[in-house]
Design a protein around this ligand. Structure first.
Ligand code: MG
Length: 236
């Protein structure tokens, strides 16, 4: 799973380098797809329940599952969330980043910083004996301290020989509640954070989830192994 995670990281960093005003989200898709071809690695999302692309690209108020398109031109001040997974020798890796397009305003920058910090806070409590509630509560606390909202309709997940395995890993909850983590488990922690209300709706394309109130939304994710010594981030 570390090997899968390393490919995920390499491709996400390549995609990050392609984000600039005037680029389309399909340009990002093509960059990722051609690097995967060179590496001979299979994308996890393309074909998953019929999803058409290797990347999910979600711009501004789009929360997750946006479909790359030649019509979606990135503009200065936008933010774009890129979610990406692969399978290597039967094992999955999954991660996401939100990238600023050129210069962004301070409120968007604070949303990105806070969402990434909330992921770090969730990872920081991972160890054998901690609960899923501990993880969710740690994420939620960082987000709500800044006045932002954790999306409830989508959650993280166990990951291994399948991309989505039990348990669900909510980005909210109560410390001490929920399943206890054990060494050897691997989970994807992936806070999705709206600047406004937490509500989301899915557009007519059947995929793209957007913040119902039109506020900006950010998404960061790592695949994280639970070890005797605590968290090991496999997509770092
Ligand atoms: Mg995931």
């Amino acid at each position: 799973m570390r090997r899968a995670g390393q490919v995920v990281r390499e491709v996400l960093e390549l995609v990050r380098s392609k984000v600039k005003p005037g680029a389309t989200t399909l340009d990002l898709e093509h960059a990722a797809e051609s690097r995967l071809k060179e590496l001979g690695v299979k994308a996890a999302f393309k074909g998953y329940h019929g999803f058409p692309c290797v990347l999910c690209t979600s711009v501004n108020s789009e929360v997750v599952h946006g479909i790359p398109s030649s019509r979606r031109v990135l503009r200065e001040g936008d933010i774009v969330s890129v979610d990406f997974g692969v399978v290597v020798d039967g094992y999955y890796g999954d991660a996401a980043i939100t990238v600023p397009v050129g210069a962004i305003d301070e409120s968007a920058a604070r949303l990105l910083r806070t969402t990434e910090a909330s992921l770090k806070a969730g990872i920081a409590v991972v160890r054998p004996g901690a609960t899923l509630g501990d993880v969710g509560a740690a994420v939620q606390k960082v987000v709500e301290a800044e006045g932002f909202s954790v999306v409830r309709d989508f959650v993280g997940h166990g990951i291994g020989a399948q991309m989505h395995e039990d348990p669900q890993v909510p980005n909210f909850g109560e410390a001490g509640r929920g399943m206890k983590l054990k060494a050897g488990m691997v989970i994807a922690i992936e806070p999705m954070v709206n600047a406004g209300r937490p509500d989301v709706k899915v557009l007519d394309d059947g995929w793209t989830a957007v913040a119902t109130d039109g506020s900006m939304s950010a998404h960061f994710e790592h695949t994280v192994a639970v070890t005797a010594d605590g968290a090991r981030i496999l997509t770092e």
